[in-house]
Design a protein around this ligand. Structure first.
Ligand code: CAA
Length: 258
């Protein structure tokens, strides 16, 4: 496994675990950290032995945003030429299902990174927000789009315009997070959920992720058409034959591609 300096990456069973590890800056997402996260996620993505990825931070902070100190003196032209934040677009292209296990602050880019994951499991102390407006900017890692799709215009607009922070209970009620769990068991719960996904056929799980994500990008008719194509492609896998045979034979499926 590659050595990283700002994250930890390890494999537990069939789950790839990425832990943000910049405690002195509350896991502020520097450019270098983004590159490490992407490298680790891509390595897991192409590894047939990894069926799901969990990304997490510390109990105090998932991530307190993009690194403000690194960006403060940059010009508009520099940001444009360096294509700042584009690393996160690449992360969103990872096909392996990814869970964000979020405790503490998930602010600005931290909230946006959590939303790039396929779903969020939140600790009861999690706090979500897009406070960029207080810094004289707006979200830059997809927050204005993903938050609005997740919780609707009224709440997203309020959060983006005021910088208001949302607690875990409200985030669950609003549909931003899949589930809230005690902070003490966050990682265990997220890893257990990831292990369930990793027990499925990996190509089929990737296909399911592609289908759900299409709901964000297309009309209902286009989305259903894509879904139909994708389910037909599942029938080309040995794992579909095995999954349906196992059901008929009243036994657990032994997927080949997991
Ligand atoms: N960037 C760089 N450093 C950060 C940081 C960030 N986003 N967030 C926290 N830190 C640093 C602090 O500067 C501090 O470092 P020093 O000890 O060297 O001063 C250290 O982390 C600990 O932070 P605090 O002392 O502030 O801790 P706190 O418990 O008092 O407050 C907090 C916690 C409320 C999260 C506060 O740190 C904070 O408001 N952070 C900034 C949140 C924010 O504005 N995020 C959006 C960033 S912009 C962005 O993300 C753009 C985008 O869309 C991609």
């Amino acid at each position: 496994m590659t050595a990283y300096s700002l994250i930890l990456a390890e494999q537990r069973g069939r789950v790839g675990l990425i832990t943000l590890n910049r405690p002195d800056a509350l896991n502020a997402l520097s450019d270098a950290m983004g590159r490490e996260i992407l490298a680790a996620a891509r390595a897991f993505d192409v590894d047939p032995g990894v069926g799901a990825i969990v990304i997490t931070g510390s109990t105090r902070a998932f991530a307190a945003g993009a690194d403000i100190k690194e960006m403060a003196q940059k010009s508009s032209v520099e940001m444009y030429q360096l294509d700042w934040f584009s690393v996160w677009d690449s992360l969103a292209k990872v096909r392996t299902p990814m869970i964000a296990a979020v405790a503490g602050h998930a602010l600005g880019g931290g909230c946006e990174l959590a939303m790039i994951a396929d779903f969020i499991i939140a600790a009861d102390n999690a706090k979500f927000g897009q406070p960029e407006i207080k810094l004289g900017v707006i979200p830059g890692m997809g927050g204005s789009q993903r938050l609005t799709r997740a919780i609707g215009k009224a709440k997203a607009m309020e959060m983006v315009l005021t910088g208001r922070v949302m607690g875990a209970a409200e985030a669950e009620q609003a549909g931003l997070v899949a589930r809230v769990v005690p902070v003490e068991s966050l990682l265990e719960d997220a890893m257990a959920t990831a292990a369930v996904i990793a027990g499925m056929s990996k190509p089929v799980a990737m296909t399911a992720k592609e289908a759900v994500n299409a709901a964000y990008e297309s009309t209902l008719t286009e989305g259903v058409r894509l879904e139909r194509r994708l389910i037909f492609s599942c029938f080309a896998t040995e794992d579909q034959k095995e999954g349906m045979a196992a059901f008929t034979e009243k036994r657990a499926a032994e997927f080949k591609h997991r």
